[in-house]
Design a binder for this molecule. Structure first.
Ligand code: GRF
Length: 187
């Protein structure tokens, strides 16, 4: 099976990237990570790219034409899937149009609930009994594209932001890889 060339965008810890790298070491996993992009030069997640000898680029989003540079880089490496894994910048409409149906994101809530940031505190403040994570396609509206897969779990009475984050991320690691498998195995 020819694997899909993919690129992972990060901004921070990169634990989802780490898990995607781990999944992609299995040759039956449909994607191969050919590039990592970070908009933060000190993003911890870059250590995983380095450790696994995956090429990475740091993109200064304040630079003029940065998206053109980004697109060139991605096209040069024949990337067919972009995974946003904690990438904290909004991509432009044009960029998304160029890669329509080929950009996916992981979000720490059961979409369409709790789009945007500060999800954990909003979930806890609202006294939710259940939460989870969602993998979805990216369109030009925030956290709104077609849903590929969700994973849910119960929120306990004594839950706090830290425990909720831990549980959500644990679910995310499985959800991201399963969503990618679902995308390519079922098409
Ligand atoms: C994840 O929880 C994801 O849902 C959100 O940002 C977080 C990134 O974590 N979009 P990491 O950088 O993968 O550790």
């Amino acid at each position: 099976m020819a694997r899909i060339n993919s690129c992972v965008f990060i901004s921070g810890a990169g634990t989802n990237l780490k898990n995607l790298i781990h999944s992609s070491r299995n040759y039956n996993f449909p994607i191969n990570i050919k590039l990592v992009i970070s908009n933060k030069k000190n993003a911890l997640g870059l250590t995983f790219a380095k450790k696994h000898s995956i090429p990475f680029r740091i993109i200064n989003t304040n630079e003029r034409m940065f998206e053109t540079k980004l697109l060139n880089e991605i096209k040069r490496r024949k990337i067919s899937l972009i995974c946003l894994a904690g990438y904290m910048k909004i991509l432009s409409r044009d960029f998304i149009k160029n890669y329509k149906g080929k950009i996916i994101n992981i979000h720490p809530s059961l979409l369409p609930k709790y789009k945007g940031t500060n999800t954990y505190s909003r979930i806890l403040n609202n006294g939710e009994k259940k939460t989870g994570c969602t993998v979805h396609f990216v369109d030009d509206k925030l956290d709104s594209g077609k849903i590929i897969l969700k994973k849910s779990f119960e929120i306990f009475k004594n839950e706090n932001i830290n425990t909720l984050k831990k549980k959500t991320q644990k679910a995310e690691y499985r959800a991201f890889s399963e969503a990618i498998t679902k995308l390519y195995m079922e098409s």
